[in-house]
Ligand binder design. Structure first.
Ligand code: PGA
Length: 227
């Protein structure tokens, strides 16, 4: 298996759930738990990502986790710009850009989520999201783009392989024009053990960002084993 698999555990799990979960998954996955459980996952030798990061440096910023703090404890990935933060927390393009710059400065890999709402002009919104998030970023070596159509997150619906393929090509074109580099692009939104057998056939897709299905270790294992 050479696909990138990322589990976005969101805020689904209790501590008891976490204790039942660890040690049951292979290390072929990057897990992004709630921040309070990060040390527990790190102690069990997982590759661990945060679900968010501060746009500030260390200092008087109540409730924030900075890139320096994350790096020091062993975090190697961070999800930035997830739609649940863009729309529930009103996170702006400019904040997203600052978070990305801070993470990359500390050599933390960024998983940048982009995607359109149903009915939105997909190309227009994706181009805007990409270019504003990656302002002043010219090296994509430590950036993974997660294409997550918002109408597919948590809905059980996925686009057709053709639709995803076309969007991936569009994203590659924009990023190549900007950085003269190919990007690693993954898909997220209702990935599960059944549709993975269809989705895995998409050309040029580097992997998957999995939400709800990743919180069940047996389910996640089935997905990993299918790849
Ligand atoms: P889902 O979430 O797999 O539960 O649809 C994906 C995501 O939000 O990253």
């Amino acid at each position: 298996m050479n696909k990138i698999i990322i589990g976005n555990l969101k805020a689904y799990m209790t501590y008891q759930d976490v204790k039942n979960y660890v040690d049951k998954i292979t290390d072929n996955v990057i897990l992004c738990p709630s921040a309070i459980y990060v040390p527990y996952f790190l102690n069990h030798n997982y590759k661990v990502g945060l679900q968010n990061i501060s746009c500030y440096d260390n200092g008087a910023h109540t409730g924030e986790i900075t890139a320096e703090q994350a790096k020091e404890i062993g975090i190697s990935y961070v999800i930035v710009g997830h739609s649940e933060r863009r729309y529930e927390q009103n996170e702006t393009d400019s904040q997203i850009n600052k978070k990305i710059v801070k993470a990359l400065e500390k050599n933390i890999n960024v998983i940048l989520c982009i995607g359109e709402k149903k009915g939105e002009n997909k190309e227009k919104i994706i181009k805007k999201q990409l270019l504003s998030a990656l302002e002043n970023v010219n090296d994509l070596s430590n950036v993974i783009i997660a294409y997550e159509p918002i109408w597919c997150i948590g809905t059980g619906i996925t686009p057709t392989n053709n639709e995803i393929q076309t969007t991936i090509d569009f994203i590659q074109t924009i990023l190549y024009e900007k950085c003269s580099q190919n990007a690693k692009i993954i898909y997220g939104g209702s990935v599960d053990k059944d549709n993975i057998n269809i989705l895995k056939n998409i050309d040029n897709l580097s992997g998957f960002l999995i939400g709800k299905a990743s919180t069940d270790c047996e389910h996640l294992k089935k997905i990993i084993d299918s790849l």
